[in-house]
Design a protein around this ligand. Structure first.
Ligand SMILES: Cc1ncc(COP(=O)(O)O)c(C=O)c1O
Length: 394
């Protein structure tokens, strides 16, 4: 027998072991806990959208490889959505690309646009696939940390001076996420304008993950970075049906950008999955055309859930940061006399029968995230109420 002495996982990925979500979901199962760890809804999206998928499957639409850029019906619907919501006009044939969820869009964009050694600035804490995809592309991640502020209610904010100072001659792109997972921060118009100015001044590309675009709870609504001056031509915008229509298992995501950038991203995407989710693409095309009432009701429902969980967490003694967008609440556990989010989350299923995620996993500077813990509220109200009851009793 030969022995393979070199580590099997390559150096680029060595630091990315099993994700915390697998560990925590296993703990949820073995302890019978309420799982507020991973962000997936516990009820499916609209019945008519589910039926549209069944119809497509029965009618034989999408059961064979769909076209590489996505089925025309969906590309048209994505372009119409960007135009109707944000006044952003995209050519559905050349400026829209359907992907296997936002996850593939992120991977394909980074694999397409980075050369080894290019620096990518990402807002820390960041969604965990960013670090792995930057690593797979041979890039170097440069985190800019969002820090807690307590002036007008507790929230995490971006320091624009720190962002500017992070740009070097090697910076290739800014990887932005608003509404922001895990903090629930929504970047303000002024912050987005400053990011746009910086990108134009330093001639940077921008990849912006806007999968929670329909979960902004302030009246201002979602502001896509691509709408700011000079941004449309340098911005790759990423969306996802999983978040907006509560079908996370369908893995339908998309990219909108210039034809040159979409062509580049498609060059990488075609060798990742080539295509995916055939019949679901037709269903998502119908979903995107739902009347405004769907989107309004979806947001109102999630807002009510946020308030149930936020109140429960506050009563249980957590410091609760205000979620302006997404379906996550970040808390500070120090008022409970705790300081290590990892230890707290590992013990929480036994102590309270609830699973949460330590925010430290989303940081390079782990110590910055140590006392923060994330809870997902995309669950049925009675589940959130039960979780709140258990946490209060802890
Ligand atoms: C910020 C962010 N981006 C991307 C994704 C992945 O989206 P998808 O399921 O469409 O791949 C998630 C899912 O949790 C997310 O929170």
């Amino acid at each position: 027998m030969t022995s393979i002495s070199r580590p099997l996982l390559n150096r680029r990925l060595a630091e990315f072991g099993t994700t915390i979500f697998a560990e925590m979901s296993a703990l949820a199962l073995s302890t019978g806990s309420i799982n507020l760890g991973q962000g997936f809804p516990d009820t499916d999206g609209p019945e008519e959208v589910r039926e549209a998928a069944v119809r497509a499957l029965r009618d034989g639409r999408g059961n064979q490889y769909p076209p590489g850029p996505g089925v025309p019906e969906l590309r048209l619907a994505i372009a119409a959505h960007q135009e109707r919501r944000y006044g952003l006009a995209y050519d559905p044939d050349t400026e829209v690309l359907v992907t296997a969820g936002a996850t593939e869009a992120i991977a394909a964009a980074l694999l397409a646009l980075l050369e080894p050694g290019d620096e990518v600035i990402a807002l820390e804490p960041y969604y965990d696939s960013y670090a792995a995809c930057i690593a797979m592309a041979g890039g170097t991640r440069v985190p800019v940390t969002l820090r807690p502020h307590f002036d007008e209610g507790a929230s995490f904010r971006l320091d624009l001076d720190e962002l500017r100072a992070a740009v070097t001659d090697r910076t290739r792109l800014l990887l932005i996420n608003t509404p922001h997972n895990p903090t629930g921060t929504v970047l303000t118009r002024a912050e987005l304008a400053a990011i746009a100015e910086l990108a134009v001044e330093r001639d940077l590309l921008v990849v912006t993950d806007e999968v929670y675009e329909h979960l902004v709870f302030d009246d201002a609504g979602h502001l896509p970075l691509a709408t700011f001056p000079g941004m449309r031509e340098r911005t790759v915008t990423i969306g996802s049906a999983g978040k907006t229509f509560s079908f996370t298992g369908w893995k339908v995501g998309w990219v909108t950008s210039t034809s040159a950038l979409v062509t580049a991203v498609r060059s990488a995407k075609q060798f990742l999955t080539y295509v995916s989710s055939g019949p679901f693409q037709y269903a998502v095309a119908e979903a995107l055309a739902l009347p405004d009432s769907y989107f309004t009701a979806f947001r109102a429902d999630m807002l009510a859930k946020r308030d149930v969980l936020a109140a429960g967490l506050a009563e249980a003694g957590f410091e609760v940061f205000r979620t302006a967008g997404t379906y996550f609440i970040t808390t500070d556990i120090r008022p409970l006399g705790e300081s290590d989010g990892f230890a707290f989350c590992r013990a929480l299923p036994e102590r309270a029968g609830v699973v949460a995620i330590p925010n430290a996993v989303f940081y390079d500077h782990r110590e910055e995230g140590a006392p923060f813990v994330r809870f997902a509220f995309c669950k049925r109200t009675e589940v959130l109420e039960e979780a709140a009851k258990r946490l209060r009793a802890m």
